[in-house]
Design a protein around this ligand. Structure first.
Ligand code: BGC
Length: 767
């Protein structure tokens, strides 16, 4: 045991316990690691006072980097006192080995029991070296790469003293107005579940106590992505079928992957705030799913239950949250101020406190914090790991895999490497800050490679850059310093003149990184500011335009889709953004990304998603405005602009010979599906082969398509491969409104193809 700190009561207890464990081993009674941890936790709880236990349930923000309103009375002095008195179990947003060591030293050396803090931080898509925003990573459909990206993030964050990330966000959302879609994996529960698993595995690794792994946190439990009208922090009003079949599966997948923590959501569900929701937290999470980790509230979400009109006051809020199963209070200061009296008054059973503390201490043991509370505070490791060049390579790889080629008429892309006059236009083309997105607390501003820099690496062409127009950044409390005049068209002329002489114009347009993310919902998702006008002006003089989109959400780019020959979805791609985009534009990397979220034609279509219900009156001709009594719009096509799963390549693929091994199956049989895919183009390329099903009649109507499998496969030009999928009851069943997974006999259709729209189909019976 490594005791680099004062020997207090607790360390003595630990030594005793470890000695016991060794003896037991030699006396042939062997205890599993889990049993041993449970015993240690139990004996520790026995010597804790009620106050100390409640202290473990209290989390304070560090003295900087608040991501929400700074709580009243949350002054540094009081926090210091609480740390010394063992009344803090965790801190968030303290970072860097020196700072973490300093707070850890206070609790370890000065508090009675010296129980180490768990240090949380929003490591969303990297720590210093940033990967693409999570929505972009989801577009890769490359689970290995996504897991690796989370590993890199854990490696850097753990080297900075952090041992717990508030990620992954696994909220499914169908509403691109909601700014936080950038932080999730899009609209689909199957893809979302696979990605949740990959991210949890990436952060936590196989051994949570290793110095380069950190505890993950699946958030926000639950249904936050369904905030009404895409408005941040809004009410959620969805039925049980959507809750169980769409919202919950990625959380369940994270729990199955042994995620150590979950975070509450800011929203209410069916009139009850998620933070005080016994149905979600106890009935489903802790009882049905047998989740063993702990639940942290979201920032101040316990006391916000008062504002919701659910709790009478802070005391009532503390009571409701604790009883519902929220184990740790992030910055409401409700538990630390109210729980003790609630127990003394007999309103809360101390067993509830013990249960929460048991969960929290268990994770601390698993992280190895009791063996060495400073294990994540190695300065030499911090220097070596953070910004390590290997991480740059990893995020570059992830960035290339995240790019989606939306359109490429007449093979305008890839660009020739020599002899062309190229004009690059758009404020975002010269941006080294925006590609870092809005979740970049630890990374240094202006450290992304811009598109301009990336393209300058290719020297064979004549490249001219013109700004043309600024991108609107919005006027928020976080971006005041970035305010700019977004109606200004004074740079249009220079850009248009240059474009008129170009062989090809590359325009980088879209949203600034600060325009999506938490608190950044929008009612208009067209290109912000005067960028659309600029695009149309340039188009008047030169039609050879490649539009590169930078954005944190689907945008409504109807006009561009109609007129612009090549469109590349390049999101916010992190530190290596410009290099990744340039490699794709020049064909050194053949894009293979597929959209994880539907692109609407206009804002009125939202929510629009591929796995919708058929309705009783599905429209047969989506383009015919003269139809009336059918489920459609009379002023717009009802199909999306780009469907879920869409994405092109510099080569083409042909699907043939979709086959099932039988026509009729029993419920416990595997359904073997094969399909041949051929690379019919001239270059090597990767394709995400997608398998969808439709259950034609069920006790709860099922969507017209549901993703149930995908395979990322690479094919040389001319090569054919046979892809094999296996479907079983996990894929064919669904949740009823009681949340039970059921399988019903009947007729199923399957569809295989390169998107949710193009597909071969077949049919079978399940009996
Ligand atoms: C967000 C969480 C985040 C927390 C801590 C909240 O505002 O909703 O996702 O983890 O702040 O920064």
């Amino acid at each position: 045991m490594n005791i680099g700190f004062k020997l207090n009561i607790y360390t003595a207890v630990t030594i005793l316990l470890m000695a016991c464990t060794d003896n037991q081993n030699s006396n042939t009674i062997t205890y599993s690691k889990v049993d041993q941890t449970n015993k240690k936790v139990d004996s520790l709880i026995k010597i804790m006072t009620l106050k100390e236990k409640i202290g473990q349930m209290n989390q304070y923000n560090g003295f900087w980097d608040a991501t929400g309103p700074v709580p009243e009375g949350g002054d540094a002095e009081k926090k210091y006192e609480h740390l010394k008195n063992g009344l803090v179990g965790s801190m968030l947003s303290v970072r860097g080995t020196k700072a973490v060591k300093a707070v850890q030293k206070i609790v370890v050396e000065e508090s009675r029991l010296g129980i180490p803090l768990i240090i949380g931080f929003d490591v969303i898509h990297g720590y210093k070296t940033l990967s693409p925003i999570p929505l972009a990573e989801a577009a890769s459909w490359d689970l290995e790469a996504i897991e690796k990206s989370a590993q890199v993030a854990a490696d850097e964050a753990s080297a900075a003293g952090i041992n717990w990330t508030f990620a992954p966000m696994v909220d499914i959302s169908r509403d691109p107005r909601w700014g936080r879609v950038m932080e999730g994996a899009g609209e689909d529960p199957y893809l979302g579940s696979k990605i949740a698993t990959a991210r949890v595995k990436g952060f936590q690794g196989d051994d949570l106590s290793a110095v380069n792994t950190i505890a993950a946190c699946a958030k926000h439990f639950a249904a936050y992505g369904f905030s009404e009208a895409g408005k941040e922090y809004n009410t959620v009003d969805i039925g049980y079928s959507t809750l169980h079949n769409i919202v919950l599966p990625p959380f369940k997948a994270a729990v199955n992957a042994d995620v150590k923590t979950l975070m509450n959501a800011f929203n209410e569900y069916d009139g009850v705030p998620a933070t005080g929701n016994t149905y979600l937290l106890r009935d489903i999470l802790k009882n049905k799913w047998d989740f063993k980790g702990f639940v942290i509230s979201d920032w101040a979400s316990i006391k916000e239950m008062v504002v919701w009109g659910y709790a009478k006051d802070r005391r009532d809020a503390a009571k409701l949250a604790a009883i519902a199963g929220s184990d740790m209070d992030m910055e409401s200061h409700a538990y630390i101020n109210e729980l003790e009296q609630l127990v003394l008054d007999g309103i809360i059973d101390e067993a509830i406190i013990d249960e929460a503390v048991r969960r929290i201490l268990t994770v601390k043991f698993e992280l190895g914090l009791f063996d060495d509370p400073y294990r994540y505070c190695d300065e030499a490791r911090e220097k070596d790991v953070i910004n390590n060049p290997k991480h740059k390579d990893a995020v570059l790889d992830m960035a290339k895999k995240s790019i989606v080629l939306l359109k490429n008429e007449n093979n305008l892309l890839p660009l020739n490497k020599k002899g062309m006059n190229l004009v690059l236009i758009g404020a975002l083309a010269d941006e080294d800050n925006s590609p870092l997105g809005s979740w970049r607390i630890a990374s240094k501003d202006h450290t992304a490679v811009s598109v301009l820099e990336g393209m300058q690496q290719y020297e064979g062409n004549n490249l001219v850059y013109k700004k043309g127009a600024d991108v609107s950044i919005g006027d928020t409390e976080f971006t005041n310093e970035l305010k700019i005049n977004t109606a200004d068209k004074s740079d249009f002329k220079e850009a248009v003149d240059a474009a008129s002489m170009a062989d090809v114009v590359v325009m980088v347009l879209g949203e600034h990184g600060f325009q999506s993310g938490e608190g950044r919902s929008r009612t208009d998702i067209d290109l912000p500011g005067v960028q659309q006008e600029l695009l149309e002006e340039v188009y008047k003089v030169n039609k050879n335009i490649v539009l590169v989109l930078n954005n944190g959400r689907p945008l409504t780019i109807n006009w561009a889709d109609e007129h612009i020959p090549a469109i590349v979805e390049a999101w916010q791609l992190g530190t290596q953004s410009g290099h990744a985009i340039a490699e794709v534009l020049y064909g050194d990397y053949n894009p293979s990304g597929k959209l994880p979220m539907t692109f609407p034609r206009n804002i009125g279509q939202i929510p629009i998603y591929y796995n919708h219900k058929n309705t009783g009156r599905p429209v047969s001709d989506t383009k015919n405005p003269n139809l009336v009594f059918w489920s459609h719009y009379s002023d717009s096509e009802s199909t999306p602009l780009y469907p879920f799963g869409h994405g092109l390549s510099y080569t083409t693929f042909e699907y043939k010979n979709l086959k099932l091994d039988k026509d009729v199956y029993n419920s416990d049989e595997n359904i073997n599906i094969t399909v041949d895919i051929t690379n019919t183009g001239k270059v090597t390329g990767k394709e995400v082969v997608q398998l969808y099903i439709r259950d034609l009649a069920a006790s709860i109507s099922r969507p017209v398509k549901e993703l149930k499998g995908f395979k990322l496969t690479e094919l040389q030009a001319g090569e054919t491969k046979t892809i094999h999928f296996i479907l079983n009851k996990d894929g064919l069943g669904f949740y009823n409104n009681q949340g039970d997974f059921i399988l019903e006999p009947g007729t199923f259709k399957i569809f295989v193809g390169g998107s949710s729209y193009t597909a071969l189909d077949a049919q079978f019976e399940l009996q």
